[in-house]
Design a protein around this ligand. Structure first.
Ligand SMILES: [Zn+2]
Ligand SMILES: [Zn+2]
Length: 407
């Protein structure tokens, strides 16, 4: 076939169109790559903007895949060998002198009460020099951990996000106070942009419906110096509220009993420090280490520990337990505070909580509880809680003095 002018032109147009489509695809790919690189750069900048604190920052894409990538490429704790997935924690992971069944109960209860926080806004009111100051207004999500410090039942119109937009709001709700670090949750604007994930115990719990999510409403107390803040949350989900109430009640009873036991002995031989957190925004993990030192500065009590933490551990409950060696079952729960930051002292990595055993925070919960409207059912729950505690103490005294064992 001879080539006419028109067939040559057709071929030339076809080739041009083909090359054009390739170049526009290359352009698109290049633009996508630039966009991805720009987001990654912004994420890195935001992570660095928090100083020594340990929030995780992710882009707005596939968060599960991104946090897995970061977990696998972590430089602070490569391999995460000391991070034990919460469901697999057993007495073998505790120091030998601390291997008591009640200790495992304590760890499990703290684990159930630990939550993941996903904050998708950075307040414009963060002061100059404070963490994330240069990212005010940013919507890149950051992840931290928190602890359900108090649960109560209120018979009134539910103030949760869902009920606010509903013509038929629930008429009763559970009020929860969640303690975390101030650099994780700074003010009301950040609280309103916070998702709270309960029961994120393993990676499959995100997809099989075990994780339950509610939104925070406000911050009721905060201290920048002590690096703690308390979120107010509401849920009319009876199942979730009752579960958290039950865990908190059990934990209070267990601590009450162990405080009483610890009062017998003053000479403590060992301390250990345990943290339940969501490292890199992933499922719950538990780390165990030792308390390095307590630093008292006026009303401020800092505790430094060797227990491993990673980004995402900010705000996680740090528990310190005392044990008296050689005396059977004698122990004392020393205190708990939110994890704050990581530091390097003489070439050694140490982690730190800056609000520890603070009487302020205890008083905070008391005054909050008093200011709340108390429904008849709340009064019943309070009485039930007191009766439960009294019975536990009575049984404990009975077993110690009459049977030589401890309940
Ligand atoms: Zn890590
Ligand atoms: Zn509601």
């Amino acid at each position: 076939m001879s080539l006419t002018k028109s067939t040559v032109n057709d071929k030339a147009y076809a080739i041009d169109a083909y090359l054009g489509s390739i170049s526009s695809k290359l352009r698109r790919d290049r633009d996508d790559r630039y966009q991805v690189e720009a987001v990654q750069w912004a994420v890195r900048r935001k992570r660095e903007d928090q100083g020594r604190h340990e929030c995780e920052v992710l882009s707005c894409g596939n968060e599960a895949a991104e946090s897995e990538y970061i977990w696998n490429n972590c430089t602070k704790n490569p391999g995460h060998n000391k991070f034990i997935p919460a469901p697999r924690f057993c007495t073998d992971h505790l120091p030998e002198w601390a291997r008591y069944p009640w200790m495992l109960d304590y760890v499990q209860l703290v684990s159930e009460l630990t939550v993941r926080l996903r904050v998708s806004f950075t307040s414009l009111k963060r002061p100059k020099g404070y963490s994330f100051y240069n990212h005010r207004g940013s919507k890149l999500p950051r992840f931290g951990s928190g602890f359900v410090q108090d649960v109560s039942y209120v018979e009134d119109t539910c103030p949760c996000r869902e009920c606010k937009n509903s013509p038929t709001p629930a008429k009763a709700w559970f009020c929860m106070y969640i303690e975390t670090a101030c650099h994780v949750e700074f003010d009301k604007k950040e609280a309103e942009a916070t998702e709270i994930n309960f029961f994120y115990d393993d990676e499959s719990s995100l997809t099989d419906g075990r994780v339950e999510t509610i939104f925070a409403l406000d911050i009721v107390v905060k201290s920048q110096d002590k690096d703690f803040s308390v979120l107010l949350c509401a849920t009319h989900d009876k199942n979730l509220g009752q579960k958290m109430f039950k865990y908190k009640l059990k934990l209070d009873s267990l601590l009450y009993l162990n405080k009483w036991r610890g009062g017998i002995v003053e000479d403590f031989a060992s301390l250990f420090c345990l943290i339940v957190s969501h490292p890199h925004g992933r499922a719950k993990h538990i780390t165990v280490g030792e308390t390095e030192r307590f630093i008292k500065d006026g009303t401020l009590i800092q505790v430094r520990y060797t227990t491993d933490t990673c980004r995402g551990s900010s705000g996680a409950p740090v528990s310190v337990i005392n044990f008296c060696k050689g005396v059977k079952h004698i122990s004392l729960f020393k205190g708990r505070g939110p994890h704050s930051e990581t530091l390097c002292v003489k070439g050694k990595t140490l982690n730190m909580s800056t609000e520890f055993l603070s009487s302020d925070s205890t008083n905070v919960y008391k005054s909050l509880a008093q200011s709340k409207p108390m429904a008849a059912s709340s009064v019943f729950m309070l009485l039930f809680r007191r009766a439960f505690l009294a019975t536990s103490v009575f049984l404990n005294v009975y077993f110690v003095f009459f049977s030589g064992q401890i309940f």
